[in-house]
Design a protein around this ligand. Structure first.
Ligand code: SF4
Ligand code: F3S
Length: 107
């Protein structure tokens, strides 16, 4: 089991999640973070820390966001590790809650 970062992280990237992860298994792209499923120890600490409510346990990912499970797998292999909190994206508040941001995902 792993936790998964989903749509509402895109263009927000608050990074509060990074600070609490005991195994540093977050990886960073230009406007999105992912969790490496083989490194996540399923501790659930990150889930309540995300102001955008973008993190779900793998078995609780909403139906319309199932593709994010595979996206986390794929992108965690190619993006660099992130271990410290940083400033959110400049328009994070404006984008928080906008649906279907997957079309804006930068790789
Ligand atoms: Fe890290 Fe725990 Fe979140 Fe997995 S569930 S990403 S180990 S904080
Ligand atoms: Fe993204 Fe939430 Fe972390 S917006 S960067 S999953 S705190």
């Amino acid at each position: 089991m792993t936790f998964v970062v989903t749509d509402n992280c895109i263009k927000c990237k608050y990074t509060d999640c990074v600070e609490v992860c005991p195994v540093d298994c977050f990886y960073e792209g230009p406007n999105f973070l992912v969790i490496h499923p083989d490194e996540c120890i399923d501790c659930a600490l990150c889930e309540p820390e995300c102001p955008a409510v973008a993190i779900f346990s793998e078995d609780e990912v909403p139906e319309e966001m199932q593709e994010f499970i595979q996206l986390n797998v794929e992108l965690a292999e190619i993006w660099p590790n992130i271990t410290e909190k940083k400033e959110p994206m400049p328009d994070a508040e404006e984008w928080d809650g906008v649906k279907g941001k997957i079309k804006d995902l930068e790789r």
